[in-house]
Design a protein around this ligand. Structure first.
Ligand SMILES: Cc1cc2nc3c(=O)[nH]c(=O)nc-3n(C[C@H](O)[C@H](O)[C@H](O)COP(=O)(O)OP(=O)(O)OC[C@H]3O[C@@H](n4cnc5c(N)ncnc54)[C@H](O)[C@@H]3O)c2cc1C
Length: 463
């Protein structure tokens, strides 16, 4: 059973004023220009939709797909600011199909991950998308980690994760001959997949069912239209106006936002609750040189530090046969800053002034410094990795890509653990559903999340 959506009842104030002059026809592309439209099958006006989904990552695309499959008569559009879909978190992650072991029993993360993993495996089988159910070991390398490992095992069983076993040194060696450890959780249900490929397949399903995807459409304003039927043949059927950075508009009845690293900004610009704020955490990966890939068979993870939502630097096989080591977790100075020196003054000021970041930093100063140190010095990361695979040396690894996590942080400096879906009040807020916090394992959970969003949209907007 999917639990009820968790709402933060928003600070969504009174309806924002309409734009001067009432209904505008400026939403149509200028003569001779067409929307950058990955076209769907529906010949309707491309500027008016029953439902618009903002964000073409895996959560937005899965949600749009679920909505159109359930309501084939509705016109549904996805708005994505980039020219390609799924290139941010969805295209920069570990690619692990998580089993659901880590998350607090009864939380949305626990339920939607267990359910989502089964759905992803099923979907990949149906669509012929390659995946590997290569399993995972969570390995305790210090005596003091063993109680935490055992507690994690119990949690996984409570969450209904299939096939979990606690194993000792000799069985660790059978699974991972080069890995040392005192005790481990063997989790055979964990797998790997390319989530961008999955997301693009969701987009294809959506378009084949009649949905529209508009790329290069960076949402800048979400407003309530003023009625002026003489200038709009749709009258007030589509009362929400969404404008992009180029001044182009689409109109719609209802909006679902799945904007990942920008979810707080999109919520704020619709007049809804700006909290929780998104704090970007960069995760750098290292890559094992091809001649050393034999050292790792499946996923090898550390026992996580329960103070943080990150799972710790791990060894992860990729669908192309390579092995990635990482990601670490360092504060990023830009929301989509994939390089260490990428910087945005606005992003930094936002997290310093508007979020509880300062408190978080003070509370976890040594952890933060340690992560920064390891990010700068390869030898420090290698020392950590050697606790698991002593054979690894600095000369066996190369620097790899990075991802940036959208981590929600409340005003008191607490990292928001669970998925958060947020409605609002007021004329716009009543027509919007925001996905506010969808960090890992939201890629694994995407199909389960989309089912829940489709239920909520149907109920809330009376579709
Ligand atoms: C380093 C790392 C490792 C991870 N590992 C895993 C893993 O192994 N397994 C797992 O299940 N999950 C993992 N995750 C988490 C997973 O990748 C994310 O939870 C998931 O991709 C979130 O999808 P999304 O659609 O919400 O966000 P995104 O993929 O970031 O998509 C949001 C989209 O919104 C668009 N957008 C933003 N603002 C606007 C705007 N104003 N107008 C229009 N469009 C806009 C963006 O361009 C983007 O395409 C990892 C994440 C990271 C960063």
């Amino acid at each position: 059973m999917v639990p009820a959506l968790r709402y933060i009842r928003g600070a969504c104030g009174p309806a924002l004023g309409g734009f001067p002059g009432g209904f505008s026809s400026a939403g149509r592309p200028a003569p001779g220009r067409s929307w950058p439209l990955c076209q769907g099958g529906r010949p309707a006006s491309t500027r008016s939709f029953d439902v618009v989904v903002i964000g073409g990552g895996i959560v937005g695309l899965a949600s749009a797909r679920a909505l159109i499959l359930r309501h084939p008569a509705l016109s549904i559009g996805v708005l994505e600011k980039e020219k390609d879909l799924a290139i941010h978190q969805t295209g920069h992650n570990s690619g692990v199909i998580h089993s659901g072991i880590y998350y607090k029993p009864e939380s949305l993360k626990a339920k939607l991950c267990v359910q989502g993993a089964a759905l992803i495996y099923e979907y990949c089988k149906q669509k012929g998308i390659s995946y590997k159910q290569c399993g995972k070991l969570i390995v305790a390398v210090e005596q003091e980690e063993i109680p935490r490992l055992q507690a994690l095992y119990e949690r996984g069983r409570q969450n209904g994760v299939q096939g979990l076993r606690l194993i000792q040194q000799e069985d660790i060696k059978k699974k991972e001959p080069y890995c040392r450890g005192l005790m481990a959780i063997d989790c055979p249900y964990t797998g790997i997949v390319d989530y961008r490929q999955v997301a693009l397949s969701f987009a294809k399903d959506f378009q084949e069912a009649g949905g529209f995807v508009l790329t290069n459409f960076e949402v800048k304003d979400i407003e309530l239209a003023k009625e002026n039927p003489s200038r709009s043949k749709d009258g007030m059927k589509y009362p929400i106006v969404i404008r992009n950075t180029k001044g182009e508009e689409v109109q719609c009845q209802y909006v679902v936002t799945c904007a990942g690293l920008y979810s707080d900004r999109i919520s704020e610009l619709s007049g809804c609750n700006p909290d929780p704020r998104i704090v970007p955490f960069r995760g750098d990966y290292l890559i094992l040189k091809p001649e050393k890939c034999y050292l790792v068979k499946g996923n090898i993870y550390p026992v996580p530090d329960s103070r943080f939502p990150f799972l710790g630097v791990h060894f992860t096989p990729r669908m192309d046969g390579s092995i990635w080591l990482g990601p670490n977790a360092v504060l990023a100075f830009k929301r989509e800053g994939y390089r260490p020196f990428d910087f945005s003054a606005r992003d930094i000021m936002d997290v310093i002034i508007k979020s509880g970041l300062i408190k978080l930093v003070f509370q976890n100063f040594s952890y933060g410094v340690n992560e920064m140190y390891k990010a700068c010095f390869l030898s420090a990361t290698v020392k950590h990795l050697q606790k698991f695979i002593p054979e690894i040396t600095v000369s066996d690894i190369l620097r790899g890509p990075a991802g940036v996590r959208a981590q929600a942080l409340d005003r008191d400096g607490n990292l928001v653990e669970d998925f958060v879906f947020d409605g609002g009040v007021g004329d716009i807020g009543n027509r919007i559903l925001h996905v506010r916090n969808a960090p890992s394992p939201a890629a694994t959970s995407s199909l389960a999340i989309s089912g829940m969003i489709a239920d909520e949209v149907q109920q809330r907007f009376k579709l």
